[in-house]
Design a protein around this ligand. Structure first.
Ligand SMILES: NC(=O)c1ccc[n+]([C@@H]2O[C@H](COP(=O)([O-])OP(=O)(O)OC[C@H]3O[C@@H](n4cnc5c(N)ncnc54)[C@H](OP(=O)(O)O)[C@@H]3O)[C@@H](O)[C@H]2O)c1
Length: 298
């Protein structure tokens, strides 16, 4: 076996919380030799009983494999691990596959530390649950230098056979993952708010659920249409203007108010519509609200 093939079978995982343990288990299932380290030892022991190799410190995990996945709660935890265990001198020649959720500052700062000490970074974001890893529902967003992503591919493919490359800009996984979360969070919080309104008004939640399910395909198509309109800069023509959407939402606010449900979400959304009116896009398509959120784009 060539050196390259030998090295691709070894991988280390630093951080064995829900996600890190899921990553380590998926590597084990994929036939990799997996060395693991975690601050609390019991999570290491649980993985060792499934075939992983225990590391006494994070430095041992760096030494054990050329490719090291880091998945901690946040980057400050990783900075603390680096500091407490004096790891900078052990980064030379190591490729860190960083799957911790971080900010743009975190991502930039981390890459400069690793690269200044002779290491390489593949920067990523996980967009699925640990149980989805290694299945068709897995979703990894990755960026890094082409040769680094190339050398990481055998590992990334074990976790997500269809992992998404976002190119060289290492900020992109943080940006795209947060943009996706923004859409998911507001939609899911809105759904919970709608359920609360139904419940307060005595409408059975089973009917609410069925009608939500029935509109799912239409909403999905509308989401695609909105993104395409923004991408093409065609945000004026529409079947339903921002003014009419705002009027519909004003009615939500009124019903919610009569039922005495909390209006915190309605007030925030109403503010977005008012801002659209103030910016003169009231008679445009809903996609024109992009100007409210990103006024610099013109
Ligand atoms: N879980 C998910 O569904 C999911 C989905 C997408 C992305 N993610 C991302 O994956 C990352 C890990 O999430 P998780 O769900 O695995 O979190 P978690 O279960 O809370 O695990 C956190 C990990 O960070 C370690 N840690 C925290 N502070 C530390 C410190 N100061 N020094 C050393 N280790 C420290 C913990 O060690 P101990 O065990 O010793 O406490 C544990 O290994 C996060 O960035 C999260 O946003 C998670």
């Amino acid at each position: 076996m060539s050196d390259h093939h030998q090295s691709i079978r070894n991988v280390s995982v630093i951080g064995l919380g829900s996600m890190g343990s899921g990553i380590a288990r998926t590597f084990l299932d994929g036939g990799c030799r997996v060395s693991v380290w975690n601050r609390s030892r019991e999570k290491v022991d649980a993985l060792v009983s499934s075939g992983a190799i225990a590391c006494d410190g994070p430095g041992d995990a760096l030494d054990a494999s050329t490719h090291v996945v880091v998945c901690l709660s946040d980057y400050s935890a990783w900075r603390k691990v680096i500091e407490d265990h004096d790891l900078t001198g052990r980064l030379n020649g190591t490729c860190i596959i960083q799957l911790t959720t971080g900010t743009i500052d975190d991502v930039q700062g981390h890459a400069s530390v690793v690269e200044a000490h002779g290491g390489r970074v593949a920067e990523g974001a996980v967009m699925c649950y640990p149980s989805n890893l290694g299945t068709d529902e897995s979703s990894l967003l990755m960026s890094g230098a082409p040769d680094v992503l190339d050398e990481c591919d055998p590992f990334l493919s074990v976790l997500d056979s269809n992992w998404t490359s976002l190119g060289e800009d290492i900020n992109r996984p943080a940006i795209l993952s947060r943009a996706l979360i923004a859409g998911m969070v507001t939609s899911l919080v809105g759904l919970v708010n709608g359920a609360a309104i139904c419940r307060a008004g005595g409408v059975p939640l089973e009917i609410f659920r069925q009608l939500n399910d029935r509109s799912a395909a239409m909403i999905q198509a509308e989401k695609s249409r909105l993104v395409e309109a923004i991408r093409e800069g065609l945000t004026e023509d529409t079947e339903a203007t921002i003014t009419s959407w705002g009027g519909g939402h004003q009615a939500v606010l009124s019903v919610a108010s009569t039922l005495e449900t909390n209006l915190v979400l309605q007030d925030a959304v109403q503010g977005v519509f008012q801002e659209g009116q103030r910016m003169g896009v009231g008679e445009h398509d809903l996609s024109a609200l992009v100007k409210v959120f990103d006024p610099a784009s013109g």
